[in-house]
Write a protein that binds this ligand. Structure first.
Ligand SMILES: [Zn+2]
Length: 276
């Protein structure tokens, strides 16, 4: 399908962000940061957002607060997903019910949710990745956004479709939606056992054939971003409104990568917000 391939970045105060030309045109604040511009050291260097792999809490705190400041959003107006490789999309409301402030003063989802949806300008949604495909959605007509974490398990649970559904339930027409898939692991590096392609075929049927290649007996390369883009398109999002940045997070050291570095790594968080 003719998705739109993009490769655009900008640097603000030393933090390099990959961005979507379409979301930029609509004035949506957003970005997928690289590793640069933070204070963490060694294998966490440097803009790391998690303490789960052993980084110092002070450094992570500084990174989170620095990134939010650069993106011009206070912690009290920022929301973190609670990712479990599932497909639940939580809606963020003005009273933040279902969310509790964390150690940084950012709202954390109380229950697992790999997706966040919101129709309130000024609230930033942040989803985490170290190879996993992320999806940002924006509806210019009903003014809603969503941020989805779609690694292979979430992709096979059709979190992309669940995100479209969440916005549609609040009045969006999928044909109006704009989507951006920032850098993630590419098919060059995402070599898997048969379980991954099988899960994808179970979810999407043979329509995803072009995005899976058998490279040796029982070994496959999977184009995760393309499968997520297909999942959006089959819900009615127009392919030319789906922007994919296909830079591979595993090939390029400017990103954290679980496939490359296992747990000796940090994690990034990408952000989307409708301006006030
Ligand atoms: Zn690669």
């Amino acid at each position: 399908m003719d998705f739109t391939l993009v490769n655009e970045s900008k640097t603000i105060s030393g933090i390099k962000l990959y961005i979507s030309p379409l979301l930029t045109r609509y004035g949506i604040v957003h970005g997928f940061p690289t590793r640069q511009g933070g204070v963490s050291q060694g294998m966490y260097s440097s803009l790391n957002f998690t303490t789960n792999t052993g980084d110092s809490p002070e450094a992570v705190r500084e990174n989170v607060l620095r990134f939010l400041q650069v993106m011009d959003t206070p912690p009290s107006h920022s929301v973190f997903s609670h990712q479990v490789h599932g497909n639940h999309v939580a809606r963020v409301t003005a009273d933040f019910s279902g969310f509790t402030p964390n150690a940084y003063g950012v709202w954390n989802a109380d229950a697992p949710c790999d997706g966040l949806a919101c129709d309130i300008p000024g609230i930033s949604l942040l989803t985490a990745s170290a190879d996993c495909s992320l999806i940002f959605l924006y509806d210019p007509r009903t003014h809603q956004i969503a941020a989805l974490h779609a690694g292979w398990r979430g992709a096979a649970l059709d979190i992309a479709g669940k995100g479209v559904e969440a916005l549609s339930e609040a009045g969006a027409d999928p044909r109006d939606l704009v989507a951006f898939l920032p850098p993630a692991i590419g098919s060059c590096c995402f070599e898997t056992d048969p379980d991954v392609p099988q899960a994808m075929y179970n979810a999407f049927g043979t329509a995803i054939d072009p995005y899976i290649a058998e490279v040796s007996p029982n070994r496959y390369r999977v184009a995760l971003q393309r499968i997520n883009a297909h999942a959006l398109a089959r819900r009615g999002v127009l392919p030319h409104n789906i922007e994919i940045c296909e830079i591979c997070s595993c090939c390029h050291d400017e990103f954290f990568s679980h496939r490359r570095d296992s747990t000796k790594r940090g994690l990034t968080r990408a952000l989307i917000r409708m301006p006030l």
